[in-house]
Design a protein around this ligand. Structure first.
Ligand code: UD1
Length: 430
């Protein structure tokens, strides 16, 4: 199993670019099946979750073509199946996003019920309840969610919790429903806005995207559209933290700094100097050690849970003590034990981690448990003395495009190896 080897100790310097947002491109690709004409999606990142989504849409019967620039053309006219099988759903929970569009457009959806995952039980009850409120008959049969409705009807839906994919699923479903749907306590993430913009380009009537109340007036049909996916704010934040941890100075292009306010505030608190324009951002740490920061994760516009592991990693070598509180997912501290293997001083108390910054971390073999945890581990490897081997990099490949190339471009000593064992054997040989 492939691993990433990092030789720590180099301050990141230079410039790299930011890819399209994983969490926007997945719902957007799926939303294309609501239309009755082809769509063309640009700025698509080359990620495993994107390939999985394409495979899923292909299995449903859509035709897909990708060019060298990763523009994807999707023709939904051949869709003949309404089933998202277990093999795909278990590798990518976001497969649940086909539920709303399939019922809305084809009257029926059969989607394998996602199980628990490394970061918690992650139920989909709010997706299902919302669809029922739109008039779908929903049941669970042999591990599959089965949802049916000749045509959905608009309704007022009050979400018990803020859920990103839940909001997206119901917003997509409501575009073709009869009448008006109001979704209250909707997710306000930039990726929800990007999806709404694409749906509007297809002919949907949506108001309030980016606020906590969405109003969707159902239309009879949607066409196709051209859309360019927004830049990935989590990848942007991850590289900025990497620069801050290593005392470096970097510039990121093709970025959207205005989507990152909560993260940038915390980076300023560490002592970093930030500058930005409409589509770029730079961070200069001037060779200093970052100051520890306290963080509480919450839905947008508050601090994102998807940046929690990276800030946990930064606090391990920061000056002072930082407390990180995770309120979105119940079990999102799997990276803590791995960071402790590098010498981090962290104690867990309920949903908080108290991190006392140490002077040095020491490289060791460690294991990635989920996508963002693995990013935190790679960042720790950048500052650890000696070599760190991060195993199970398939988690990273789900959400970070060309991570070794991009970090390498910034001066990091990082390479992909065939396996942890092979890399360790190579060291003994030499
Ligand atoms: C999305 C993101 C993920 C991010 C997360 C929170 C995508 C593809 N993934 O995941 O990167 O970490 O938002 O920002 O966009 N919940 C319920 N019932 C439901 C749905 C959710 O109880 O029906 C709970 C979850 O267990 C969790 C919280 O709501 O505690 C938020 O989860 P949610 O926003 O739904 O996360 P995802 O959409 O799966």
């Amino acid at each position: 199993m492939a691993a990433i080897e990092i030789t720590g100790g180099t301050a990141l310097e230079g410039e790299t670019w930011i890819s399209g947002a994983k969490n926007a491109v997945l719902p957007i690709l799926v939303a294309s099946i609501l239309g009755d004409e082809p769509s063309r999606i640009g700025n698509v990142p080359h990620l495993r979750d994107v390939t999985t989504t394409m495979e899923l849409l292909g299995q449903l019967g859509a035709s897909l073509a990708v060019d060298e620039q990763m523009n994807i053309e999707i023709d939904p006219r051949g869709i003949h199946s309404c089933e998202a099988p277990y093999e795909l759903v278990k590798t990518m929970r976001a497969s649940i996003l086909v539920l709303g569009p399939l019922v809305a457009r084809h009257g029926r959806a059969v989607v394998s019920l996602p199980g628990g995952c490394a970061i918690g039980s992650r139920p989909v009850n709010l997706h299902l309840r919302g669809l029922e409120q739109l008039g779908a008959k929903v049941s669970v049969q042999n591990g599959n969610i089965v949802a049916e409705a000749p045509r959905l009807t608009g309704a007022r839906i009050v979400m018990d919790m803020v859920t990103v994919t839940g909001t997206e699923n119901l917003m997509m479903a409501a575009t073709l429903a009869k009448g008006t749907t109001i979704i209250e306590n909707a997710a306000q993430e930039p990726e929800v806005i990007d999806l709404a913009n694409y749906l509007k380009a297809m002919g949907a009537q949506i108001e309030g995207a980016g606020t906590h109340v969405l109003t969707i007036t159902g239309v009879e049909r949607l066409g196709g559209a051209e859309h360019r996916v927004l830049p990935d704010r989590i990848e942007t934040g991850t590289f900025l933290v990497a620069a801050a941890m290593t005392g470096g100075c970097i510039k990121l292009t093709n970025a959207a700094p205005h989507d990152l306010d909560a993260v940038l505030d915390k980076l300023s608190e560490t002592g970093a100097e930030l500058a930005s324009g409409a589509d770029w951002i730079s961070l200069d740490m001037k060779g200093q050690r970052p100051r520890a920061v306290d963080i509480t994760t919450s839905p947008y516009p508050a601090f994102p849970t998807d940046m929690q592991a990276q800030f946990t990693a930064m606090n391990t070598i920061a000056e002072g003590t930082g407390i990180i509180t995770e309120t979105v997912f119940e079990n999102r501290f799997m990276h803590v034990q791995e960071l402790q293997r590098l010498g981090a001083d962290i104690s867990l108390k309920g949903n908080s981690a108290v991190i006392r910054g140490v002077d040095v971390l020491h490289g060791a073999p460690i294991m990635a448990t989920d996508l963002r945890a693995s990013a935190g581990l790679v960042l720790a490897g950048l500052v650890a003395r000696g070599k760190t081997l991060v195993d199970r990099v398939y988690h990273i490949d789900r959400g970070y495009e060309l991570i070794e190339e991009k970090l390498g471009q910034l001066g990091a000593r990082i390479r992909r190896v065939e396996s942890v064992e092979a890399a360790l054997a190579e060291r003994t040989d030499s």
